[in-house]
Ligand binder design. Structure first.
Ligand SMILES: C[S@@+](CC[C@H](N)C(=O)[O-])C[C@H]1O[C@@H](n2cnc3c(N)ncnc32)[C@H](O)[C@@H]1O
Length: 413
């Protein structure tokens, strides 16, 4: 059943007007509608050429992974990896409004000029860079990708995620299309020849731990985060009613990586209580200049009882989605004894999968979960069931237009 083109174009025009008046979520709507337009117009030969030869950029890797084989590395993602190797996006950014000619860029990147020109032509066709009067110029997108956290994210997606996606078809086939993927036996292990679980494998294979942390801070950057105004009502729910006599800690960021969420929270709120970041020993040890941070850092294994009693809130951002129901419930059960009834809030900042209108952000993360850990994203019904099984009470879900992750609030029964 195809949607009439005129209806899509009308909706694009309406979303365009909303975008021009800075309406929240309108940029994401425009992108989604332009995908609708392409999906309606594109014929199979164009689809093949675009998705199997030309494209498979980082965000699409996950969706199209089911069809991609090991021998096949579509050009755009391969060129992004090349760009990281030779600092191509940085050279374009540094060239600014003058742009850079091919001879000069070939020299800066140490690349044969003919090869460079062919790669650049593809990047122009894919609208990542611009050429004008024989010179190359970066775009807002390529300038953005020149930042360190995106460079490391490209390495992570290309070197860690892509090989794991690539084994999907063979992995599924071998298992008779009924795979029983576990933490120690799944696409990641098949692709990388290991029997370590994902997080242990990251620690054992530098620089992947570093890249993963950069990826976690980058892949949702530019979006509102859980504590941005209009998302979770921090003032009303956390700051008002904060009582240091329970505990002087306002917020515990459980499994917070190197603290990008805690940092963002501390930059946005004049908070009356302490903030504490918790993660695995290896992650906490890798944080530099801890003393200069506006939060405390402590090593804590969330499969053991939570040591901070009666904090105002415990944030678990993208934590439970890494685990199956049994392990996720154990994490919540280890948190439960620390909660003060009627006071402590549990905030699960997670994707809530829609059956009706799944978004690329949600389904590609679901594929990532399957590839790396053999787990899945959950629907609201599944989240509620998990919270109830852990003996907590579901309070409500908060959403923000265009943001994939919701805030699910829970508390002690
Ligand atoms: C998907 S990342 C989420 C990081 C951060 N909360 C975010 O959303 O960007 C999962 C985090 O859980 C941490 N983690 C994994 N196993 C853990 C454990 N047993 N105890 C504490 N942290 C753990 C990882 O080191 C990683 O930082």
């Amino acid at each position: 059943m195809s949607t009439p083109i005129s209806s899509i174009i009308d909706r694009i025009a309406a979303a365009g007007t909303a975008y021009e008046s800075n309406q929240i979520g309108s940029r994401e709507s425009l992108i989604e509608l332009s995908r609708d337009l392409i999906a309606t117009l594109e014929i199979p030969s164009e689809f093949l050429q675009r998705s199997f030869w030309a494209e498979v950029c980082v965000e699409k890797l996950a969706l199209q992974a089911c069809f991609v084989t090991d021998e096949f590395q579509p050009a755009l993602s391969a060129h992004c990896k090349y760009a990281v190797q030779v600092k191509l996006f940085q050279h374009l950014r540094d060239a600014g409004d003058d742009g850079v000619g091919s001879e000069e860029l070939a020299e800066k990147t140490g690349t044969d000029v003919l090869l460079l020109e062919r790669i650049m032509r593809h990047l122009i066709a894919m609208k990542m860079i611009i050429s004008f009067k024989g010179r190359f110029f970066g775009t807002a997108l390529s300038h953005g990708l020149a930042a360190d956290n995106y460079q490391q994210s490209i390495d992570f997606c290309y070197d860690v995620a892509r090989p794991a996606f690539n084994v999907f078809p063979e992995y599924f086939k071998k298992a008779g299309y009924r795979p029983r993927i576990t933490f120690t036996n799944g696409p990641l292990q098949a692709a990388h020849g290991t029997d370590l679980p994902f997080f242990d494998w990251l620690v054992a294979t530098p620089p992947h731990l570093e890249e993963f942390d950069a990826f976690m801070s980058a892949y949702r950057a530019g979006k509102a985060d859980w504590c941005s105004p209009g998302f979770y009502p921090v003032e009303e729910q956390l700051i008002q009613g904060f009582d240091p006599s329970n505990n002087e800690v306002l917020l515990v960021d459980v499994g917070g990586g190197r603290g990008h969420d805690t940092l963002s929270f501390s930059a946005q709120y004049a908070h009356p209580g302490k903030l504490v970041l918790q993660d695995r020993e290896a992650v906490i040890t890798s944080i530099r200049d801890k003393e200069a941070l506006p939060f405390g850092c402590e090593a804590h294994d969330f499969f053991t009882p939570q040591p901070i009693q009666a904090a105002r809130a415990y944030l678990l951002h993208s934590i439970l989605h890494d685990w199956d129901d049994e392990a996720g419930i154990r994490i919540l059960e280890n948190l439960k004894p620390a909660l003060k009834a009627g006071y402590s809030r549990v905030l699960l900042n997670e994707i809530v999968l829609s059956e009706e209108n799944p978004t690329i952000a949600a389904t590609s993360m679901d594929m990532m979960m399957m590839a790396h850990m053999g787990v899945r994203e959950r629907t609201e019904v599944e989240w509620k069931a998990m919270i109830v099984k852990a003996g907590l009470r579901f309070v409500r879900t908060y959403n923000y237009p265009g943001v994939a992750e919701s805030v699910i609030e829970a508390e002690l029964l």
